[in-house]
Design a protein around this ligand. Structure first.
Ligand code: B1M
Length: 209
């Protein structure tokens, strides 16, 4: 019952309700990983579907993601204590020269919500920062670009990763309004996603591959 209520509150973006009910569930002995998977992740999966069906828009997605992020902060210590392994480690950032933050942050939140450990490098991220993140344990490099003038920094980053001898170990994902599958193929990325929920699916696919 509580699980269903938390799930519903995530979908509706009710951050306070989610936080209160997550605390209540923990106090009643519901395992943290059950809250994570059956309430939070399943709620966000539905939010992603509603977005794809055109029933939810970016604001609803952001509000739901914030509600989920608040709950994750409460669950984090318990999940670590339970030894739940993250699905994978992603370093995400908007490429060098580009200050657009919203889409990248949305993808980061959705990935975190899906169970990935996310290193958010922010905006205007130089190629060497992505390389550094790989050296610090990231498995996926996820790059966002909103400007046609900054897209080329995706290729510059992939080149920097190769120059550092890490291309074989790194999974590279790209996205952002001007980016297409054809562009991703052209620059040699391993994956492209047109929106945040597709980005989660693509990251899962890459880790499994
Ligand atoms: Co800028 N801007 N902007 N802007 N801005 C655009 C991108 C633009 C299309 C507007 C326009 O002209 N119609 C245009 C780019 C034109 C082009 O290159 N073809 C533009 C321009 C020109 C500029 C400036 C150059 C303007 C100027 O100063 N003359 C300047 C550049 C600054 C810079 O970056 N160096 C600039 C500045 C800004 C603001 C700072 C004012 C502000 C950003 C604020 C912020 O981010 N904190 C801003 C905004 C808000 C926009 C628009 C209006 C909205 C962008 C946005 O947040 N969308 C934008 C027009 C538009 O897109 N309609 C525009 C919502 C967001 C959720 O979507 O980021 O696409 P999006 O993310 C989606 C998907 O793309 C995908 O998932 C997300 C969720 O579905 N996705 C990924 C994104 N990253 C992904 C990564 C993945 C996978 C999927 O895997 C790794």
């Amino acid at each position: 019952m509580l699980i269903a209520e938390i799930r519903e509150a995530v979908i509706n973006g009710q951050a306070k309700v989610v936080a209160t009910k997550v605390e209540q569930a923990l106090n009643e002995g519901v395992p943290a990983d059950r809250i994570l998977h059956d309430a939070l992740i399943d709620g966000m999966r539905e939010v992603g579907e509603l977005f794809e069906q055109g029933e939810f828009f970016v604001p609803e997605m952001l509000i739901a993601a914030r509600a989920m992020k608040g709950a994750l902060e409460i669950l984090k210590p318990r999940l670590v204590a339970q030894g739940v392994e993250p699905l994978g480690r992603v370093a995400i950032g908007t490429v060098k020269g580009d200050l657009h933050d919203i889409g990248k942050s949305l993808v980061a939140m959705m990935l975190e919500g899906a169970g990935f450990e996310v290193m958010d490098l922010g905006v205007d991220v130089a190629p060497e920062k992505f390389v550094e993140a790989l050296q610090n344990g990231a498995q996926i490099v996820a790059m966002s670009a909103l400007l046609t003038t900054t897209m080329s920094n995706m290729k510059a980053t992939i080149d920097a990763i190769a120059a550092a001898g890490l291309r074989d170990k790194a999974l590279v994902m790209v996205g952002g309004a001007p980016v297409t599958q054809a562009y991703a193929d052209q620059v040699g990325a391993d994956g492209y996603a047109p929106d945040a929920s597709a980005a989660v699916r693509k990251a899962r696919e890459l880790i499994a591959s």
